[in-house]
Ligand binder design. Sequence first.
Ligand SMILES: N[C@@H](CCC(=O)N[C@@H](CS)C(=O)NCC(=O)O)C(=O)O
Length: 280
Amino acid sequence: MELVSSTKCFDGLQRQYRHDSDVLNCPMRFAVYLPQEAEEEKGHKYPVLYWLSGLTCTDENFSQKAGAQRVAAELGIALVIPDTSPRGEDVADDPGYDLGQGAGFYLNATQEPWKQHYRMYDYVVRELPQLVEQNFPVSERRAIAGHSMGGHGALVIGLRNPERYTSISAFSPICNPIACPWGEKAFSAYLGADKSSWEDYDAATLVSRASEQLPLLVSQGEEDQFLEEQLKPHALETAAEASGYPLKLEHHAGYDHSYYFIASFIEQHLCFHADYLLKH
Ligand SMILES: N[C@@H](CCC(=O)N[C@@H](CS)C(=O)NCC(=O)O)C(=O)O
């Protein structure tokens, strides 16, 4: 693991690292925020919130725009922010912003030319936490959150692995990717034509199959330009109601799809996770 940058922020450290990912079969960069310089609190282990970003993002969008560090520092929660896909000249790509690099959709691809590198599901669920827990003063208490494509990732990963997370939250998530243009395009390419395999990555389907009901908060802006065509929060709400899953879905008047919305409510999301992460 190689340190790429280190910047003091609210008494803690915002850092970027590069490492060779075995799962993704390429070098990857990720960001970590640690609430205080590790020297100050020898032996202390922080719980971690994993943040998954949306289409076109790297680890930097959330780090630079959400303003999460002040609250994370106050609460004593570390942040881990992976990239949104495998990267590099040897990694398959597509000219569209919604497929290929920057658009990994947090799944394990089964189709050519994607399957050699596009395994973001395994990377986020296993490889990255293992690396983080071996190298930083963090505990095994994890929560997961994300935005848009990353909101989809957080919902799918949290719902499928309830034993690994305390709580799940999402801003403007793609709730029903098997029935929206972004998801249909990506899943056709990465998973192929057999739609039965798509359901394993569809939050609206998984919410009714959940073996355990983790606390789940979703925030959605009413002026989001992708709301009806791509995000479909009502599909998640309907599935949650039908299966008795206690979903907290909040609609916010006037907010759009941008990081201005995330910055406005990130404190609420961090406090929501803190309630579960800091419980022993
Ligand atoms: N490229 C498309 C969509 C890209 C987009 O909105 N990406 C969101 C996630 S789905 C994002 O977080 N963009 C980066 C940013 O705002 O910093 C567009 O501009 O209409």
